[in-house]
Design a protein around this ligand. Structure first.
Ligand code: ATP
Length: 259
């Protein structure tokens, strides 16, 4: 059967903090297996939009739909908790600052969510953790604590932890921007592998080279709206919005220097 429905749909997303309108009626879709980069100047609302997808930052208006189910449903508290837990199990999220539990080993960081949230057996959870840590090249550090790892290694563990839940969708919020430059590539490499495996991914990034190289589509945000959207080649074109143009000049000239 041909699938016509978009895999991820954001319909008329609006978000305000008091009088500050951070998202101003954003609608966009992401297909299954598509890799979309969201880029744009600081404060344009990228993280807010990403965090709205799993309802971590609830919208003040609009809908987020994943694979036909509305994520941000208005439900009585207990029903909402059950619903959102189920939805979040399908949406892996990787943050800038890893958010690993410092008192748990790498193994326990990865094992915990599948065991607690999915109720899978200890043996199955251990096997899953080992598989996912192997996937990100971290199996040999399985019994280390986060404090014994580099930033890049911590981020790879955070990705393995998200993958252990077998998500349908992965969200990356500037996953490499807290890393020393020499550690960025090892994390980008893991994301490239996921892209080759057709994991659906929405990636907020300032890295133009990565966006152009790995993503199927880039979305420019500015001032809470989508200002440009298209294939990765658009990062090399001249956007009409002055702020987006400045942003690109800054980041592309950096890219040119590094080449
Ligand atoms: N909890 C909050 N309360 C009030 N204002 C907020 C809150 N979170 C975000 N904002 C504001 O919303 C706007 C958008 O923030 P957001 O983090 O989404 O931008 P961004 O595009 O991801 O920026 P950056 O690239 O710097 O991370 C900013 O002006 C920010 O100050």
């Amino acid at each position: 059967m041909t699938e016509t429905r978009p895999f991820v749909e954001i319909r008329h997303a609006k978000k305000s903090y008091g009088s500050l309108e951070v998202l101003k009626d954003i609608s966009l879709t992401v297909d299954r297996g598509e890799i979309v980069a969201i880029i744009g100047p600081s404060g344009s609302g990228k993280s807010t939009l990403l965090r709205a997808i799993n309802d971590l930052d609830p919208l003040t208006g609009g809908e987020v739909i994943l694979d036909g189910t509305q994520v941000n449903k208005a439900l009585p508290h207990r029903q909402y908790e059950k619903h959102i837990n189920q939805m979040r199990q399908q949406i892996g999220m990787v943050f800038q600052h890893f958010n690993l539990f410092p008192h748990l080993t790498v193994r326990d960081n990865v094992v915990m969510a599948p065991k607690l949230l999915k109720g899978i057996s200890e043996d199955a959870a251990q096997k899953l953790a080992e598989e996912q840590l192997a996937h990100v090249g971290m199996l040999e550090r399985i019994d280390y604590y986060p404090s014994q790892l580099s930033g890049g290694q911590k981020q790879r563990v955070a990705i393995a932890r998200a993958l252990a839940m077998k998500p349908k969708l992965m969200l990356f919020d500037e996953a490499t921007s807290a890393l020393d430059p020499e550690l960025v590539e090892e994390v980008n490499q893991v994301m490239k592998t996921l892209a080759q495996e057709h994991m659906t991914m929405i990636i907020v990034t300032h890295e133009m080279e990565f966006a152009a190289d790995v993503c199927d589509r880039v979305i420019f945000m500015d001032g809470g709206v989508v200002v440009e959207e298209g294939p990765p080649s658009i990062v090399f074109q001249n956007p009409t919005q002055p702020r987006t143009r400045d942003f690109l000049r800054k980041h592309l000239s950096q890219y040119e220097k590094e080449k």
